[in-house]
Design a protein around this ligand. Structure first.
Ligand code: NA7
Length: 546
């Protein structure tokens, strides 16, 4: 007996493939989750992946300059010492191609490919109460059934292409950075317009400018950025990271963001203004997200944050020669690091090139796309190519893109109409045996992602193992536990300056109509891990097992 979407039982034959567990997505999450379920628990597990290759985010995001903002020796799995020792990163920050090679290497090393189905996008998942089974359907019409369903769909995989009138009639080519053509795009001799100056846009601008005839950057919100100082890794550093991998991993696990460096235990006010400048100068020279870690109160005290913000703004004014452009780039409406802080390779310097110009679309918004370019309320810009570096319907978007229905056929869309609610970011009330890796309410995008992913995957694996060993078949969080966790997630965000960035995608503000809820858990990865361990130790407090 089965239930249809309205919860009615119907007798129906299917030709579904049956598994113990299904995992959606073959990125960092899917690969490790498959390894854990299949090779540690001995389950019959399958990964379903929309793309034609493994890699998740790093399969799709092939835009010019695509690079990770976490340092390479920390942007990887730590579950296997041999893997850490064998793999060699070439640069301080890994580029898209190198990360994709790494994930392909992992797929081969752990013999994962045979249990991954590529090129078939999951479109719906429906829970059958009577059978305790998830029924999953893919775009290609294939049907699967499994007791457990785990989503590894990533936080940044649902492209946000703004609905600007006229795009259909544009005579040139347009691309979103998150679904970039595999063959690349030749900008030589072209007039290119790029909308968006987030982490992605800040990476792509310097690279596009190198070959384009002209690049016009359309900026809605000016952004801070710290130089990445990316460079090839020395043999000494490579050796050091292998010889000290345990120590490095401990630092990653102990910190709030999963990065391989400690946050200095001093507030800004503990040193003189001259000393603050000296510290910021040194951090600017060193480059990267380490800049945030030179004082402990940059994200909790506005006066402290102002000192860092003012330092970066003065750097922008120093680098950018045209005063009007410098003013536009350095008039920033939010505290430093309250939106995802980008790091760059010569972003601000690029505005000194003759073939690059900046257009302020905050003052003069884009009104439409014409057959020949972009029109703002003040001017028209002739273009051959438009690049949308406009980000993603983040965190909840990839989950809501599928038609997921829990008990009684209730959809995730209805359940989350007022914003996402989860317990620990891992489970949703009314959706038994469904686990959401790096879901809303988990530290996810506020951390170095592989650290968050390894924790989730291991927690889920243990949970499934203990459930099965106890002779139970079903685990589901309660509405009360989820409500309480939403409260804790809000409190954690409100203890920081993060909610002060009105246009942040952490809040869903970048997608028109999306409920404004601060989605990631800002209480820190180490605290979150402790909390998850306590929940498990107390017999899965906040969950019902049956
Ligand atoms: P982000 O950080 O969401 O940045 C998107 C950019 O696009 C940002 O500057 C937005 O301006 C701009 N944007 C979005 N929609 C529009 C419209 N409709 N009109 C004009 N400008 C728009 O995405 P990224 O891809 O850069 O980065 C995502 C994450 O990937 C990043 O944080 C890392 O974790 C990796 P806004 O600021 O909303 O005014």
């Amino acid at each position: 007996m089965r239930e249809d979407a309205a919860g009615k039982s119907t007798a129906r034959q299917t030709h579904a493939e049956r598994y113990d567990a299904l995992v959606i997505g073959a990125g960092f999450t899917g690969l490790y989750q498959l390894h854990c379920l299949r090779d540690r628990l001995g389950l019959n597990a399958k990964v379903l992946e929309a793309a034609n290759g493994v890699g998740g985010t790093w399969y799709w995001n092939r835009y010019p300059g695509a690079r990770c903002d976490s340092e390479s020796h920390s942007y990887c799995y730590y579950f296997s010492k041999e893997l850490v020792t064998d793999w060699e990163w070439s640069e301080r920050y890994p580029g898209q191609e190198e990360i994709r090679h790494y994930l392909n290497h992992v797929a081969d090393r752990f013999d994962l490919r045979k249990d991954i189905r590529l090129g078939d996008r999951v479109i719906s998942a429906r829970f059958d109460d009577a059978e305790t089974l998830w029924h999953v359907t893919t775009e290609g019409g294939k049907q699967y059934e499994a007791q457990f369903l785990i989503t590894g769909v990533g936080c940044l995989s649902s492209a946000n292409v703004p609905e600007i009138p006229g795009l259909d009639n544009f005579k040139g080519d347009w691309y979103h950075t998150g679904s970039w053509p595999h063959e690349g795009v030749d900008f030589t001799g072209k007039r290119v317009g790029q909308i968006g100056t987030g982490s992605t846009g800040i990476q792509s601008v310097p690279v596009i400018a190198e070959t384009a005839k002209h690049l016009t950057v359309f900026q809605r919100t000016a952004n801070y950025s710290i130089p990445a100082r990316n460079a090839p890794l020395s043999d000494d550093f490579k050796r050091y990271t292998k010889e000290h991998s345990d120590e490095i991993h401990e630092i990653m696990l102990a910190g709030p963001n999963g990065h391989p460096f400690r946050i200095e235990d001093r507030p800004v006010s503990s040193v003189t203004p001259d000393k603050q400048q000296e510290i910021y100068e040194a951090a600017w020279e060193k480059g990267g997200l380490r800049f945030r870690s030179v004082f402990k109160d940059l994200l909790t005290s506005k006066p402290a944050n102002d000192t860092a913000a003012e330092f970066i703004k003065s750097k922008i004014r120093e680098i950018v020669k045209d005063p009007e452009t410098a003013a536009l780039l350095s008039t920033i409406d939010h505290p430093f690091a309250t939106k995802r802080p980008p790091i760059d390779s010569h972003y601000f310097e690029t505005f000194n090139r003759d073939n690059v110009s900046l257009v302020d679309i905050k003052t003069n918004p884009v009104t439409r796309i014409t057959p020949t370019g972009i029109e703002t309320s003040a001017s028209h810009h002739d273009l051959d190519i438009i690049v949308f570096a406009t980000g993603f319907d983040a965190i909840s978007g990839p989950l809501l893109a599928m038609d997921i229905r829990g008990t009684n056929g209730v959809s995730l869309k209805e359940t989350w109409a007022e914003g996402p609610k989860t317990y620990l970011g891992l489970q949703i009330a009314g959706f038994p045996n469904l686990f959401t890796v790096t879901g809303p309410g988990s530290p996810s995008v506020l951390t170095n992602m592989p650290v968050a992913i390894e924790q989730h995957v291991e927690w889920i694996t243990d949970c499934i193992d203990r459930l099965r060993k106890s002779g139970k078949s079903r685990i589901e969080t309660t509405k009360e536990a989820a409500e309480k966790w939403v409260g804790e997630t809000n409190a954690a965000a409100n203890a920081t300056l993060l909610p002060q960035a009105n246009s942040s995608w952490y809040l869903g503000a970048n997608v028109p109509g999306k409920p404004r809820v601060f989605m990631p858990y800002a209480g820190g990865m180490a605290h979150y891990r402790k909390r998850c361990n306590e929940v498990a130790a107390e017999g899965y407090e906040g969950f019902v097992l049956s």
